[in-house]
Design a protein around this ligand. Structure first.
Ligand SMILES: [Zn+2]
Length: 433
């Protein structure tokens, strides 16, 4: 892995989206040194910057845009993103294989421009081990914040990851244990999900249990992210004061989709971050449609495609309305899950634009908003002096065409330039990888 040196690097992009000013800047340079952003200012003044005796280097990207590295608030690093369910991965693989897969997944994410991510649920110790491997430089990847196994009721969503806890005392102990093991935030399965022994349309925890979890986590400075696939769970999570609601879909207890105005009003009036995970649905549909072009789908695949088409339409309509009502959206791909492999968080950012965010707002939802939701906006998420030099350069101007976010020209993590997806592929072709 390349080491940080003390060279003063002046980056001269065609355009700059710093995440602070609500416009795209031109003629602005950014200087980085060591692991931090040292200076931002007019390109004409960059020449006279004092490098404090260190080497100087100028990097020009005249036809590209510089922005903060992407931050994906919702991933599952143990998961393959090849359509296998969590239960299949639980049966087929072991923790060693899941950890190796996590190492490969995070490397793919970094090369695609994601410099920070949350692992919102991994088996047993694997998430913590991944973090230790990254810290020791054994594995190359973004900054990874981990929850460990999500807190879930007995038989609840993701129970197989190892986080079952019921009742006030047990959930309190569980939160303390997760923090002891190294959890950066707490993830709760507040409703059921795809796990067969759970019910996605029912709240899993009681409000007193959720409140205990939130109080305990907040007391230790950890944010709480709650998976909610029904309206009841959303309201319980709001009652308890969680920081972010994942999925946030309006389903009644019988599985009927129904836009709930009262809940929408509560969400709009709250400070909670919502992660729609609409990119996941789209990735699934695209994958299944592609399979369908090659062979006929199995009945299970047909059912998945039909369900996804309907729920995707409901989600888009729901979040379009919620955006107009003023909710705060945050980007999280849920990649690893279903047919969403690592390496295209941009798909989720694009889906937020589809729901009504402007391209710049969608970029903020994938950079500074996750940092705010996790309580680390003082160190990452925008391009400001003193912050970590986590940077992304993309060709063209994503504020004009958000698709350009996928055309990655350079990635920096903590001041170190790391290979992009294209650079990695080129190296492999040349036999250097
Ligand atoms: Zn998830």
């Amino acid at each position: 892995m390349p080491q940080t040196d003390n060279t003063l690097r002046v980056i001269l992009p065609g355009k700059l989206i710093d995440g602070v000013h609500d416009n795209v800047m031109e003629g602005t340079a950014v200087a980085i040194q060591g692991n931090v952003i040292k200076w931002i200012g007019p390109a004409s003044q960059a020449e006279s910057l004092d490098s404090a005796g260190a080497e100087r280097e100028t990097l020009e990207f005249p036809n590209a845009t510089l922005l903060a590295g992407l931050f994906d608030i919702h991933t599952h690093t143990n998961m393959p993103g090849d359509g296998r369910t969590g239960e299949q991965v639980n049966e087929d693989d072991n923790d060693e294989i899941r950890l190796l897969r996590a190492a490969r997944n995070v490397a793919a994410a970094l090369a695609s421009g994601v410099t920070t991510m949350c692992d919102c649920g991994s088996w047993n110790r694997t998430g913590f081990a991944l973090k230790e491997g990254l810290a020791q430089g054994i594995v190359e990847g973004p900054r990874v914040l981990v929850s460990g196994p999500p807190l879930t009721v007995t038989g609840g969503h993701l129970w197989y990851m190892g986080g079952e806890a019921d009742g006030i005392e047990a959930v309190r102990t569980r939160v303390r244990n997760m923090i002891k093991q190294g959890a950066d935030f707490i993830k709760i399965a507040a409703s059921g999900g795809s796990t067969s022994t759970s019910d996605p349309y029912r709240a899993a925890y009681s409000v007193p249990e959720l409140t205990t979890i939130v109080n305990e986590a907040h007391n230790r400075g950890r944010s709480v992210l709650a998976h909610c696939r029904c309206t009841d769970a959303i309201n319980s999570a709001l009652d308890a004061g969680v920081d972010a609601i994942l999925h946030c879909s309006f389903y009644d207890n019988d599985g009927t989709y129904r836009f709930d105005q009262k809940t929408a009003d509560r969400l709009a009036a709250s400070e909670v971050w919502l992660n729609p995970t609409m990119g996941l649905g789209r990735a699934n549909r695209n994958r299944l449609i592609k399979i369908k072009e090659e062979r006929s789908l199995t009945s299970d695949e047909e059912t998945r495609l039909d369900r996804s088409t309907i729920s995707g339409g409901n989600s888009l309509a729901q979040f379009s309305t919620l955006v107009k009502a003023g909710v705060k959206l945050v980007g999280g791909s849920d990649c690893g899950w279903s047919y969403y492999p690592f390496g295209d968080f941009q798909g989720e950012v694009l889906s937020l634009h589809e729901a009504g965010l402007s391209p710049l707002e969608a970029i903020y939802a994938g950079t500074r908003s996750p940092a705010a939701a996790l309580g680390i906006k003082d160190s990452i998420g925008t391009i400001e002096p003193g912050k970590e030099a986590d940077l992304l350069v993309v060709n063209g101007d994503p504020s004009q065409n958000l698709e350009q976010l996928r055309d990655v020209a350079a990635v920096f993590k903590g001041g170190v330039r790391v290979p992009t997806v294209k650079e990695r592929a080129g190296k492999e072709r040349a036999g250097l990888g």
